[in-house]
Design a binder for this molecule. Structure first.
Ligand SMILES: [Zn+2]
Length: 163
């Protein structure tokens, strides 16, 4: 058994043998699990296992220090609200997916601040109106001067780096 290979040891329900061969594998639960048909090499009995695919959990650290599981739906709905009538659903989903991927690579923890900045970076690059709407919520704009300051910054900002 190599460390790189995760091997699942399954005990035969009939004879308790650990030797079996997989005779069939298919995705189950929309790809969240693998259903395996196995045949015991000890007694020949066939049985089925379900193996859950565990994603490393991504945790969001809030300003208060409170932690909660990352929810893509929540992130996307926040972006969608700011991008209403400005960006397509596909664009919004793509931004959400990109941020989630980056967060998972950097994880297992990400701050709400880092998420907010990642969203703002992408909106600034794709649509200034959505950017300002998101910034108004994220940065807690209180009056027009907040907007004017942000618009001023937008006008001065150099195009963001793309990779
Ligand atoms: Zn057996």
């Amino acid at each position: 058994m190599t460390a790189a290979n995760s091997v699942t040891w399954v005990r035969c329900p009939v004879c308790s043998s650990l030797d079996d061969k997989v005779v069939d594998s298919r995705q189950a639960d929309d790809g969240g699990a693998i259903r395996r048909r196995r045949e015991c090499l000890g007694c020949g009995r066939r049985f089925t296992t379900f193996e859950r695919i565990e994603e490393a959990p991504l945790v969001v650290v809030k300003r208060s220090g409170e932690r909660e599981p990352f929810e893509l739906v929540k992130l996307v709905s926040g972006i969608a609200a700011a991008a209403k009538n400005r960006l397509t659903e596909e664009q919004v989903d793509a931004i959400g997916a990109e941020i989630e991927e980056e967060a998972r690579l950097a994880g297992p923890e990400i701050t709400t601040q880092a998420i907010g900045i990642a969203v703002l970076d992408r909106l600034r690059a794709s649509d200034h109106v959505s950017y300002l709407r998101y910034a108004s919520v994220y940065k807690g704009f209180e009056d027009l001067t907040d907007f004017e300051r942000e618009v001023g910054l937008l006008a001065k900002s150099t195009p963001p780096k793309r990779h």
